[in-house]
Design a protein around this ligand. Structure first.
Ligand code: FPP
Length: 241
């Protein structure tokens, strides 16, 4: 892959990342799992920087899944603190770089203090029109689809939507990701080859890139390799070229 050069004219518009491998990274150096999550923040920063450099328009990061609530209480609460304190600290940098923060997921399940800090970040950056950085927190694709189905059903019941008119656009409008485009490139670190309930509707035609690197070790070069890999694929969207 090293002998390929990145084509600046063919940059994916929406990149989504499953940031996996923090726990294993920490274990390898005999540290607590939290140390791995904390060390993952620099990979988040680095990914944002590359998106700004390359002109990626939307970056969506899987930071906490609906299923992660069943992890030990201590890990859940340290992750909640890490998410809200990192967002709080990064707000000036987000503003400086014209980044609009969005949170996708069931935020009603978050501790109030976490939710408020995250929503402050969303409010303070809502006028920005550069990179959209979406953090998937308390997010699950199946839960998102159930929610959309309920919202649409309510509107059908009230005659706001007719059943005949339900199409992809209507579904899109009722997902957490209604302000985002379909995912072009999905990267998963940590070596596992699965999707773990992440953006299942939105990745229908995404190119998938699985990398055998633990998230805290994910650097600019890994991101660039994923883009070069993406640029080597032929996207047909079910059609014949
Ligand atoms: C998965 O690794 C990672 C998580 C559940 C948390 C990811 C969160 C961060 C890196 C913090 C991001 C912060 C911001 C502000 C976006 P794992 O714990 O499942 O690792 P393992 O598979 O090695 O056990």
């Amino acid at each position: 892959m090293d002998n390929h050069i990145l084509n600046p004219m063919f940059i994916p518009r929406h990149v989504a990342i499953i940031m996996d491998g923090n726990g294993r990274w920490a274990k390898k150096i005999n540290k607590e799992r939290f140390f791995g999550h904390n060390s993952g923040i620099k990979s988040v920063r680095e990914s944002i920087d590359i998106c700004l450099e390359l002109g990626v328009k939307q970056l969506t990061l899987y930071a906490f899944s609906s299923e992660n609530w069943s992890r030990p209480k201590k890990e859940v609460s340290s992750l909640m603190n890490l998410l809200s304190s990192s967002v709080e600290k990064e707000i000036p940098r987000l503003i400086e770089n014209n980044i609009k923060l969005e949170i996708i997921g069931n935020t009603s399940k978050l501790p109030e203090i976490t939710r408020n800090k995250l929503l402050d970040g969303v409010t303070e950056t809502c006028q920005n029109d550069g990179l959209i950085l979406s953090l998937a927190i308390s997010y699950g694709a199946r839960q998102e689809m159930i929610r959309a189905t309920k919202l649409i059903s309510e509107k059908v019941k009230k005659n706001i939507i007719s059943v005949e008119n339900i199409d992809e656009n209507i579904i899109n409008e009722h997902l957490y990701t209604r302000n985002l485009k379909n995912v072009d490139l999905l990267i998963r670190t940590g070596g596992e080859l699965r999707l773990s309930n992440f953006l299942l509707w939105q990745i229908s035609y995404a190119e998938l890139c699985f990398q055998d690197v633990l998230w805290p070790d994910f650097k600019k070069e890994h991101f660039l390799n994923a883009i070069i890999d993406y640029q080597g694929r032929t996207r047909r969207f079910g059609k014949i070229k």
